[in-house]
Design a binder for this molecule. Structure first.
Ligand code: PA5
Length: 427
């Protein structure tokens, strides 16, 4: 579960008094699929309607691949990789002991990074999952070419064929055509689900299965979230209303998502993409930013406390139950003077830090804080939280009168790049 605690937001009353009819109308728009971009609302019912047979087939293919490789290269950009990576790190941690490592490529055109990965996998057994809905995105396209060729050259065509999987549209796009022509296994990205809303489709789940993650638990979490948010009054909408009011009434221009867990860093990147790409259009939207505390308290913490005012408000993810808790050792001589800390576990100390920082930021710097409480940090919670934020995002964008499901701004750079690179047919 996620509780939205608005105690320190300064707009608790306004959120309670917010126009219920407006929220009710948007809720209906989301569920009856009647709002802007309604052709991309397939994610709303997905935790119930997802293709179970395909999920089972993915398990078989992923298990087979898992038994053959040490590294899975996850090729994709934006919504085609951030969800898998966010889940991978949130669930397995930053240094997983599981035998299969996930490495993310195709989200950059850095030649140095690409060569580094080639060097790293040179003596390893690796496979590739290529994720692209359009099947025509340049960055993953280039990466796939490079790594596919490397796999074929080092292992031969038959091995490559047994270790390459494509996740793409059911019938369209260059990737689908190529995968069919070469006999690669394919899994489908549903037509009515866009990239940043697709983490619980094969886009995220295939790589996670190869990594040994319990994807049934992810889907269970998403389903629970769907049920908890089926009413017109729910925590996700409260959060959406709070950020809407802080933006439009109190004139804040940026929301900073803060976590005190390093393994939620990519989760905050996923969140940034979800809200940034969904709401940042028509000259509107909050700029989504993120920090990981304590580390960023020693950098941006200074700006937050004493810098330019009335730009940022904070939303803090507080994790109730850590994956594991440990104690600070008690020393007989106490030369570093830290024995006073040993009455608390490390997680408790982390939580006390949260209270201290909230006090400093809210009461000292007058920064509104919303506290989002995650019960835990596992597969089920990942499914729950991603659905929760997607629902909040749809409400939030519709409150601003924005289509949450397109990304016209992203097309501008692509077009320029194609022109400069001399892509055939582009003027
Ligand atoms: O959220 C989105 O729709 C985007 O971030 C896309 O996922 C991203 O641009 C990648 O597109 P594609 O999957 O078509 O390669």
């Amino acid at each position: 579960m996620i509780n939205t605690n608005l105690k320190f937001s300064g707009i608790e009353k306004e959120v309670k008094q917010f126009d219920k009819n407006k929220v009710s109308n948007i809720h209906k728009m989301i569920h009856e699929k009647s709002g802007l971009g309604n052709e991309f609302l397939g994610w709303v019912d997905w935790p119930e309607t997802f293709n179970k047979a395909e999920h089972d087939r993915m398990k078989v293919v992923a298990n087979d691949l898992r038994s053959k490789i040490d590294v899975l290269l996850v090729v994709g950009i934006g919504g085609s990789y951030l969800g898998a990576r966010a889940a991978d790190e949130m669930i397995r941690g930053l240094y997983p002991t599981d035998k299969v490592e996930l490495i993310y490529v195709g989200n950059t055109m850095s030649s140095t990074y690409t060569q580094n990965i080639l060097d790293y996998i040179k003596n390893k057994e690796f496979g590739i999952v290529n994720v692209s809905k359009s099947g025509t995105t340049t960055e993953p396209g280039i990466a796939f070419r490079i790594f596919e060729e490397f796999l074929i050259n080092t292992k031969g065509n038959d091995v490559a064929k047994s270790r390459i999987v494509a996740v793409t549209d059911k019938s369209r796009g260059a990737l689908k055509e190529m995968a069919d022509a070469k006999g690669y296994e394919t899994f489908v990205i549903p037509d009515d689900i866009g990239g940043r809303f697709s983490v619980t489709t094969p886009v995220g789940l295939f790589a996670l299965l190869v990594a040994g993650v319990d994807t049934d638990a992810i889907m269970r979490g998403a389903l629970k979230s769907k049920k908890d948010l089926s009413k017109e009054s729910n925590d996700a909408y409260q959060y959406a209303i709070a950020r809407y009011l802080l933006h439009t009434e109190k004139k804040y221009s940026s929301e900073m998502l803060v976590s005190y867990e390093l393994q939620l860093q990519v989760f905050t990147e996923w969140w940034k993409q979800l809200f940034g790409e969904s709401e940042g259009k028509d000259g509107k939207g909050l700029l989504p930013t993120s920090c990981i505390f304590s580390t960023d308290l020693h950098s941006l913490g200074q700006f937050i406390q004493d810098g330019t005012k009335n730009i940022i408000f904070e939303s803090i993810i507080r994790v109730k139950k850590p994956q594991v808790d440990i104690n600070v050792p008690k020393l007989e001589n106490d030369l570093d003077g830290l024995n006073y800390l040993t009455k608390n576990s490390l997680h408790k100390i982390n939580n006390i830090a949260i209270e201290g920082v909230i006090d400093a930021h809210v009461n000292g710097a007058q920064i509104p804080n919303i506290v989002l409480e995650f019960d835990k940090m596992d597969d089920e919670m990942f499914g729950y939280a991603t659905y929760w934020f997607m629902k909040a995002c749809a409400m939030s964008a519709y409150l601003l009168g924005i289509n949450p499901f397109d990304q016209p701004g992203v097309e501008v750079y692509k077009k320029n790049m194609f022109k400069l690179l001399g892509k055939p047919g582009i003027k």
